[in-house]
Structures are given as structure tokens and as C-alpha cells.
Design a protein around this ligand. Sequence first.
Ligand code: ACO
Length: 329
Amino acid sequence: MRRMKFTGVGAYVPERVVTNHDLEKMMDTSDEWIQQRTGIVERRWVEPGLENSDMAAKATLAACQDAGCDVKDIDLIIYATLSPEYLFPGTGVVLEKKLGLTRTPVLDIRNQCSGFLYGLAVANGMIASGMYQRILLVGSELHSRGLNKSTAGRDVTVIFGDGAGATVLEATDEDKGLIDILIHADGRYAEDLTCLLPSARVEGFITPEQVARGEHYPHMAGNKVFKHAIVKMPEAIQEVCKRNHLTPRDLDVLIPHQANLRINEIVGRALEIEPKVFNNIQKYGNTTAASIPLAMRDALDQGFLKPGHLLGLTAFGSGFTWGAALVRM
Ligand code: ACO
């Protein structure tokens, strides 16, 4: 089986910074509450005219530049997002058009905060089988236009931010790259972190009454999500380490999905590797499918993540879905 390595990592965030103090002007919340409960200080929101696929395109070009390849050299695009531009088709083809490509296959992934890890697992299978040589995996989210910016939506709205991350993944014979990956899901919790509308269960997919009641906004049983996340992410890292005859202490860096700084601190403590955990949620909030590649780019730029490092990745989110991966950088 052929290995898959990361040859390029790119990121893009919109220019508009929205601080906790900005949110205080929209809803009954406070900088103190948000920082204490989530660690978030600010996040980015798009300006009118910038779309999910625009952010993805900018992150893609940065990733290709980092990899030293052209977008024409990509064999497959995998696009992870929970904030698509259309109900269908998936946003992947919109990105493809913006990249000037006309034949590249595109696969859209709907696994929310675990979307990047699910995409990585799919890419790994395709590269290991010899089907493709070079895959672009993008995570991009435009949450800000779909959030309830009144007090009724404060538990969800203060958490999420916009942004994109992209990676170029290539077949390699070198002894580096993805060592192992595992993904899990438990659909019993599908309604605990969800956006129910528009929906094929509803005639016309959505009604004006539903919109008036605000039922089209995301809903989260925050406490339940929190409690599962702090168990499932350490479990997944332990599982992937164990089956590779490693322990979490062998990791040089752990990049968990950026949902809540408190969650990541608990994960770090549970694995006894707290100083090795990289976080940038303070600047960007929860960017869902984009959060891991965005954090990888920041960790590389800051020298926290270096060539040769053993990197652990883990995520947990809506579905519930979760997973973990080991990467030799
Ligand atoms: N500002 C001020 N007060 C608030 C806010 C806010 N933004 N949001 C909620 N509150 C209030 C609540 O109304 C509640 O008040 P009450 O006690 O009078 O009823 C109080 O604060 C406590 O609310 P909790 O929900 O119990 O607060 P908690 O400490 O659980 O923190 C949070 C909430 C931050 C949402 C937390 O539960 C969390 O991070 N959950 C996990 C989020 C996550 O991981 N999501 C997964 C990824 S997302 C994805 O996959 C799409």
C-alpha cells in the first residue's frame, strides 16, 4: 500500500475581524463569558460578495503554491463543508469552476467538524489503492450568514467563524505522511447538533412560518456535545496510537479540532500532553471543516509543527462524528 504525504498546506480567512465586544452590541453576551467558556477572543466573518468557494479557492492556491504544483495537476478535489452554497450541487464544483478546471472529479463531504478527517480517510484509501496520485482536500466554512445574531442564538453564534484550509496530498514512497487514520459515527445524536432546515421532510423544503420562528438556525445541545467531545477525542487518539504500538506521549504535536479551548485543554490533560496541544481558536472561533488545516498552517508558520514531527489529529462534531489520525510530517 502506498503512503500519502502532505505536500502543501494553505489557509485563508476573511479580513473582517469580529470581536467578542462586537457581539456584545448584537446580543446579550459578554467578552468575559465567551472567553471563560470557549477561549475565543475574535473570529472572522465574510463581507458581502465573498462566498464559501472563494475562500476555498484562496486556500487552494496557497496550498498548491506550498506544494509547488498547479491546480491542473490535481487528480481529485474533496470538499468538506457544512455551509454549502447550494442544497445541490455540492460546493466542490463551484470551486472547480473558479479554479478554471473542467474535468477534475469532485467529491463533497458532509461530516461537519470531522469533515477534514473523513476527507483525509477517503483520500488515503484512494491514494493507497493507486487510483489517484495527487488529491486536494479542502475544508471551508461560511457560518456567519446562517447564524442567529440575536440573544436567542447566542450559545451557537459566539462560537463559529468563517475561513478555509486546504491541503495537497500526494502518493509517496518515503517513510513519512499519514501513518494511520480512524473515523467513527453515532447517529443516535444526529439531532443534538443540527441545522434542520431547509429539509426534504417539508413541503417546499421550508415555510415562511418556520423562518419566522427561527427554525432554520443551527441548534446545539452544547453540554451534551461538550461531554461527548472530551471523551471521544482522547479515546480516538489512544486507539490510533495503540494499534500503531505508540502512546500519546510519543506525539510531538496534537492538533485537535478547534471547537472550544476548554475541550482541548481537557483532551490535552487526559492524554498527559497538554503543552503539545496546538490551538488557534482564540483568533478564529470554530471554523468546523476548516479548523484542522487552518491550525496546521498556523502551527507550521509558528514553528510549533516541524518536518519530522509525529503529529496527532483529532476531531469531534455533529453527527456525532469523530476520529483521529497520525502523521509523520
Ligand atoms: N453569552 C452569555 N451567556 C450565554 C451564552 C452567551 N453567548 N450562551 C449561553 N449562555 C448562558 C446560557 O443561557 C446559560 O444560562 P442559564 O444558566 O441562565 O440557563 C448559561 O450561559 C450556561 O449555559 P451552558 O450551555 O450550560 O454553558 P456551557 O458552559 O455548556 O457552555 C458552550 C456552552 C460553550 C456552547 C459549550 O457547551 C460547548 O462548547 N459545547 C461544545 C461545542 C462544540 O464542541 N461543538 C461541536 C463542534 S460544532 C460542529 O460539529 C458543527
